[in-house]
Design a protein around this ligand. Structure first.
Ligand code: RIB
Length: 356
């Protein structure tokens, strides 16, 4: 492997000073166009590759953005990551992705370990029981700004971008009520997470408004994955009276419900109606196609990345909270129990709002 091309070699080839080469490479001063082109021609012909490591050491900051998420194999997160990466790429930042498995200890490890890479910024989907508010100040210890996505960890006072969880869950419950269901059940995500709490709140608000009671045992806490959704559904479907409808607070758990119903010989939607949350790509292709609350995953990531860049460039100190709309996508997994039902179209929730 050839030794790396040096700035001295470029200067000699372009017949300029090393200082001029440095100004062109680091864009640290205006250089006459004629000289600039000679330097760029020399860079191309010599195959020079600037050392990001050296640049990072000089500036005590790299062009790295660290993104910490629970689990890239959960089909909700790839769209969020892609939204971030498209914005980062356009602004010459490079993404480093870390999976926490919703484990606060692993998250804490990454928050410490990745600081040594001097990132330009952080984007974090906090783990369950996240302690990040104590580890990363909104402008972070290293001066790099931080934006939370999808969940607001305890004590976090910085930038955050969320989806209208409460309103989305409220519309899911209203749809089941409009379709005549009165014996409802809900499977929540981990209730340490703000989005799980908000979805349960929205569901319960709709039932309270309709004066439909729900016994505590028909509220099952799970872990936003298919297995825990399956286990919770198995418990619910053995209860008497058996629920006629289950709202699963994410689509992976809704898949678990579908599996449990099938194993118990229950047909969806005739004998059990199911509503999910996320509206993942596969929701249209399950049998029956899943009614689910749509979360704009890509937009969630892209909005968070733009907020991070705005914070980097503006030096803003006051926190921003952006809430993106959710929307119920009605498909075929909910049956009507009353002939008089009128499944009017659900309203679009809450245009994106910025709460200062
Ligand atoms: O499916 C994963 C869940 O965790 C999604 O509902 C998303 O909101 C994330 O928080």
């Amino acid at each position: 492997m050839n030794p790396p091309v040096t700035m001295r070699q470029i200067a000699e080839r372009a017949e300029v000073s090393i200082g001029t080469v440095s100004h062109v490479i680091n864009d640290t001063a205006k250089v006459r166009e004629k000289l600039r082109q000679r330097v760029l021609d020399a860079i191309r012909s010599l195959g020079y590759q600037p050392s990001q490591l050296a640049r990072g050491l000089r500036r005590n900051q790299t062009n790295i953005v660290v993104m910490i998420i629970p689990d890239i194999t959960n089909p909700f997160f790839p769209a969020v990551v892609r939204g971030v990466e498209d914005v980062a790429y356009k602004h010459s930042f490079r993404l480093v992705l870390c999976n926490t498995d919703n484990d606060a200890h692993k998250e804490s490890f990454y928050l410490n370990e990745m600081r040594s890479y001097r990132p330009a910024g952080w984007l974090v989907i906090p783990a369950t029981d996240s302690q990040m508010a104590t580890q990363l100040k909104p402008s972070a210890v290293s001066g790099a700004p931080v934006v939370c996505i999808d969940r607001q960890p305890p004590g976090w006072k910085g930038d955050v971008v969320l989806v209208a969880n409460e309103a989305g869950a409220h519309s899911a419950a209203q749809h089941l009520l409009r379709m005549g269901h009165r014996q409802l059940a809900v499977i929540t995500g981990p209730l340490h997470l703000t989005n799980a709490v908000e979805r349960l709140k929205g569901f319960k608000r709709a039932l309270a408004e309709a004066k439909v009671p729900i016994e505590p045992e028909y509220i099952q806490e799970a872990r936003f994955n298919r297995q825990s959704g399956y286990q919770a559904a198995t418990r619910l479907l053995r209860m008497l009276p058996r629920p006629t409808a289950i709202f699963a607070c994410n689509d992976l758990m809704a898949m678990g419900v579908l599996l449990a119903a099938r194993e118990m010989g229950l047909h969806c939607p005739e004998e059990l109606s199911i509503v999910g949350f996320d509206d993942l790509d596969f929701a249209e292709f399950t049998a029956p196609a899943l009614t689910s609350v749509h979360q704009p995953g890509y937009q969630l990531g892209a909005t968070a990345a733009r907020l991070l860049l705005e914070r980097m460039n503006s030096g803003r100190q006051s926190p921003k909270k952006i809430v993106l709309p959710s929307e119920l996508k009605i498909r075929h997994s909910v049956a009507s129990l009353s002939p008089a039902h009128s499944p009017s179209r659900p309203k679009q929730h809450e245009e994106a709002v910025e709460i200062r």
